[in-house]
Write a protein of this length. Sequence first.
Length: 339
Amino acid sequence: MKTRYHIRPRHNIRPQSCIYALLASISVAVFSLPNAAHAAGTLAGTDIQNVASATFDTAAGPVTIQSNTVTIKVDELLDVTVSSTDPGDVITSPGQTSNVQRFRVSNTGNGDEAFALTATVANGGDDFDPSLQQIVIDANGNGVFDAGVDVVYTAGVNEPVIAPDQNITVFVITSTPAGVVDTNRANVSIVAAAVTGTGAPGTSFANAGQGGGNAVVGPTGAQSSASGFLAVQATSVTLNKTATILDPFGGNRPVPGAIVTYSLVATVAGTGLLNNLVITDPIPVGSQYQPASLTLEATALTDAADADAGNFNGTRISVAAGNVPAGQTRTVTFKVLIP
């Protein structure tokens, strides 16, 4: 920005005196810069230079002069925000390892800055404390935890350097104690702090900013934290077995020739999903399995170990009922003959 001054000299003042006075006044001027519209603002280390000019009339015609150059080096603003990027509670179960929670660390300052990361699993007001396994930096930027690809964070060794107005994803990996119960929740938090320094907004670190200027703590105090929750979904299953008898005479007496139908009902309680439920039952001594009598949810199953869920191996029946949501049941039936 150039400032133009229009001065007409009086007859009793020499033009040269006007010039010297004007230069002296310009050399001590302080220019106020408007705030930038985006988060990072002008990059740290940027030199903002300004030269003023003045034009005045002389007998020989208009004359333009320039002031000295005023240079302002932009300081580095230290600022950061952290947020959880999980859509809700991360589901876990008793004894589960490798819970993955996702956080976004954003550099809202105006210089490349390294950030130290600290995860806390012992936060008050929740139901249990998970065990911290590691903090992992999303190396390929896909937002998904890739074991063996993403980089394990080690404090003091590989603090991530984030460019202005950029962000990274950080994963906090934990394990859940075996003793937790259904619906328990745990608060897991992470803090990101500028390595250059933190403190009250306005705190300055001389010559520590990118590009050789000072580093100045921004509104966040150059550190930020966020929390996410683990939620336990624990299931339990009960298995109830009943028998009905049809004897050769149309009654329900267990006499030779009677057919016994066994019904096995598995009931899943709690929340979440019970995985890989398999129901087995040995054929009782003193009875004979009746071929092709096996069913799951009233659907006939073959006795062979083939594509369907059931089989009879000569001594017992087995049915793979699959993954069963809490609140549901699975019923298996089969028949035997009392010889």
